[in-house]
Design a protein around this ligand. Structure first.
Ligand code: C2E
Ligand code: CA
Ligand code: CA
Length: 405
């Protein structure tokens, strides 16, 4: 066997590439020639197969981190490319967890069947039950994801999803201007589930698209109802705003803009009272974001940049994209006014936003000192537990007529 370079092997006919029982630290890709795979079964050498150019051998022991379960012998002049353990491991580590789990299950089943066959043939061991062994520790994350994803499909079709409404206030006037619609899941066994437990899984799969479509429709329907209730009680008609969170996958969905137009038309809401919230990450990761924003704004909706300060906080994005509002993340707001750095950041961001014609919404206002500091900076709007947490529709309706604080 001749090693041409670190990654290439040339074998003469009859040379073993590897032997059964040896540690397996690399796999091989056959460039030319043929390799026969044999194993000892019941004291007898059995041929399991013959592999040719383009085929891979030895991968099982590498992925499984076990010894070779068979012997591989070149049957003619053969050239092999060596695939090192790290090369495979790197790809396995980077693979999507559910795919990785599926690969593991397939390998486990394959290994188990092989053991079963050997048991029957080799040493008289009947081999036991051919059913594959149960999952191991560490698979729970991936299994949990698949389960959650299936449950979410059901949640959508069984109407287990609900929107809660976080009031948004005009800080100077101390009056309610609208709501941010936030998803909640009325899980049949697990009480009310918050979005941080399921939005990630919905975003990883395509599920966020139908869920987001539902949230958009539901929030527009509710906006009509809020507005009608407001008009009936208030002396002066104050148009309310509805803010809806939109994920990157929805921005990339070619049907989004059409759905938005249909929903606006069906529900009869004034599109200018609809604000779509996206994060900076969406602007960076989705090349279609600019045209998406332009199309949504052409329909009449406004667009806000959510969680500002947590991502790249790239100032160039603020001028490059036609955005209407900036939402300062609550991690900065909550450090105001005690932490001088956060105070300086919030002040600078607010001034900058105003300088380029954006309105500012402060997220997560919990204390009156935060409210005073933000009002002092002429920050226009705010939301947070100081005013109210996100509440169900009926409770939100009751907030319409109430004075703030
Ligand atoms: P977000 O867009 O930053 O929404 C604000 C989150 O902060 C909400 O959490 C809200 O309940 C919480 N919050 C508001 N004021 C305060 C406060 O004063 N103190 C504290 N500690 N928290 C406050 P929630 O409802 O759990 O939502 C979490 C995230 O889930 C949202 O963050 C948003 O990114 C995502 N999300 C929620 N609904 C949707 C949806 O319909 N579509 C999409 N794509 N994402 C959604
Ligand atoms: Ca938001
Ligand atoms: Ca936010």
């Amino acid at each position: 066997m001749k090693e041409l370079a670190l990654h290439t092997l040339r074998c003469r006919p009859g040379t073993a590439v590897f032997r059964e029982g040896e540690p397996g630290d690399c796999a091989y890709l056959i460039e030319r020639g043929r390799v026969e795979i044999t194993a000892e079964l019941g004291g007898e050498k059995r041929v399991l197969g013959s592999l040719g150019p383009g085929q891979v051998l030895g991968e099982l022991a590498v992925i499984d981190n076990t010894v070779r379960s068979a012997t591989a012998t070149a049957t003619e002049e053969t050239e092999l490319t060596v695939v090192r353990r790290e090369q495979l491991q790197m790809r396995l580590d980077a693979a999507e967890p559910v795919l990785r789990l599926l690969l593991k299950v397939i390998l486990e089943r394959f290994r188990h069947e092989r053991r079963f066959l050997r048991g029957n043939g080799a040493d008289g061991d009947p081999g036991g039950d051919p059913s594959p062994p149960a999952g191991r520790e560490g698979d729970e994350g991936a299994l949990g994801k698949i389960k959650l994803e299936s449950e979410l499909w059901r949640a959508l079709s069984q109407e287990e999803l609900e929107l809660y409404y976080q009031p948004i206030f005009d800080l100077a006037r101390r009056s309610l201007i609208g709501f941010e619609a936030l998803l909640r899941w009325n899980h049949p066994e697990r009480r009310l589930v918050l979005p941080n437990e399921f939005i990630g899984v919905a975003e990883e799969s395509a599920l966020i698209v139908p869920i987001g479509r539902w949230a958009l429709l539901e929030s527009c329907r509710r906006l009509r109802e809020f507005q009608e209730a407001m008009d009936a009680t208030a002396e002066r008609r104050t148009p309310l705003l509805m803010c809806v969170n939109v994920s990157g996958r929805q921005v990339a969905d070619p049907g989004f803009v059409r759905d938005l137009a249909t929903i606006v038309q069906q529900t009869g809401v004034d599109p200018q009272r609809l604000c779509l919230e996206i994060t900076e990450g969406v602007l960076i990761d989705y090349p279609s974001a600019l045209s998406w924003i332009e199309q949504c704004r052409a329909i009449g909706a406004t667009v806000a940049l959510d969680d500002f300060g947590t991502g790249y906080s790239s100032l160039s994005y603020l001028s490059r994209f036609p955005i209407d509002k900036l939402k300062i993340d609550r991690s900065f707001v909550q450090a105001v006014p005690d932490d001088p750095k956060s105070l300086a950041i919030v002040r600078a961001v607010t001034q900058l936003a105003h300088g380029i014609g954006l309105q500012v919404v402060a997220e997560g206002i919990e204390a009156s000192e935060q409210l005073s500091a933000l009002t002092g900076m002429s920050c226009e709007y705010g939301e947070g537990h100081l005013f109210s947490p996100a509440v169900g529709f009926d409770q939100a309706l009751r907030l319409l007529g109430q004075p703030l604080l």
